[in-house]
Design a protein around this ligand. Structure first.
Ligand SMILES: NC(=O)c1ccc[n+]([C@@H]2O[C@H](COP(=O)([O-])OP(=O)(O)OC[C@H]3O[C@@H](n4cnc5c(N)ncnc54)[C@H](OP(=O)(O)O)[C@@H]3O)[C@@H](O)[C@H]2O)c1
Length: 263
């Protein structure tokens, strides 16, 4: 566990399962100490931490629902105490909306998705910025904010407005952060996957097509569904020295897009 991210302190929200799990393992493999955030599934978070430690890395898990500002403040304080100030945050935690049309979506559902995908991450980033700026100004030399968004902010599928709208709001904020924070050596970028083979992806495919992920592999780009590791590799590039003059970008990880616009 040593490499390009030696000395970096990363926080991955929703790092216990799916995309976040792969990102946490990938960043640890490159040498970062990793704070693994989760909401409910403590065992899954503990497993990620154990895997990192078994490989010689540093990791701790932290329970906090993104969107609960008090819990997030406590988590940031605990990470700073345990590992040091975070200089790399991957805002990944999230859940999908319920598939209803705008007409049939209660106002509360829009508010809930905005809280998880936009207001919560904005609050988290605001809490992290002072420490991140200080780290970037000192030995670390840079800070990174990476948002895991979705290609649905451009494909805008029917039945997903609360999710798509909240992701789009956060994308705008990240692009603004990119301009505001570059004087502080902080990069802010967006990774926008299409369908990914996770629990969320499995549910989306089941709801949209009544199928399993394996059933749609052959008709997916490159004959397979995107893996969490595909997304993690893109994150690893964005936070590396190879992306040293890159900020405010949105990388779409969808194999060039589906042949149809189901996702
Ligand atoms: N899968 C796809 O097809 C796909 C496509 C495009 C974009 N994305 C995006 O990729 C990200 C990860 O999705 P995934 O597919 O990996 O989902 P997943 O398999 O359902 O995993 C979700 C993770 O987020 C955590 N989480 C959910 N809500 C949270 C909250 N409010 N606070 C803290 N943690 C929370 C979960 O923790 P607990 O288990 O503890 O609840 C879990 O670790 C999401 O932002 C999603 O919108 C996914």
């Amino acid at each position: 566990m040593s490499g390009a991210l030696d000395g970096r302190i990363a926080l991955v929200t929703g790092g216990s399962r799916g995309v976040g799990r792969a990102v946490a393992l990938r960043l640890a493999r490159a040498g970062a100490a990793v704070a693994v955030n989760y909401r409910r599934d403590a065992d899954a978070a503990a497993e990620v931490v154990a895997l990192i430690r078994e490989s010689g890395g540093r990791a701790e898990s932290y329970r906090a629902a993104i969107g609960d500002d008090d819990a997030v403040a406590e988590m940031v304080a605990a990470i700073t105490r345990d590992l040091g100030p975070v200089d790399l945050v991957v805002s990944n935690a999230g859940s999908a909306s319920r598939g209803a049309t705008v007409e049939h979506t209660p106002q509360a559902d829009f508010a809930a998705l905005m809280r998880v995908h936009a207001f919560g991450p904005i609050g988290l980033i605001r809490a992290l910025l002072p420490g991140m700026r200080a780290a970037a100004a000192n030995s670390v030399g840079r800070g990174d904010i990476v948002m895991i968004s979705s290609n649905s902010t451009t494909t805008t599928p029917a039945g997903a407005a609360p999710y798509t709208m909240a992701k789009a709001a956060m994308e705008s904020c990240v692009r603004t952060l990119a301009r505001e924070e570059r004087p502080h050596r902080i990069h802010a970028n967006i990774v926008a996957p299409g369908l990914v083979a996770t629990e969320m992806g499995r549910r989306l495919v089941s709801a949209a097509r009544g199928a399993e992920l394996d059933d749609i592999a052959a008709t997916s780009p490159f004959g397979r569904v995107c893996t969490p590791e595909d997304v993690a590799g893109t994150v690893a590039f964005l936070v590396s020295g190879d992306a040293g003059y890159l900020t405010g970008q949105r990388l779409t990880v969808d194999g060039g897009g589906p042949d149809t616009e189901l996702f």
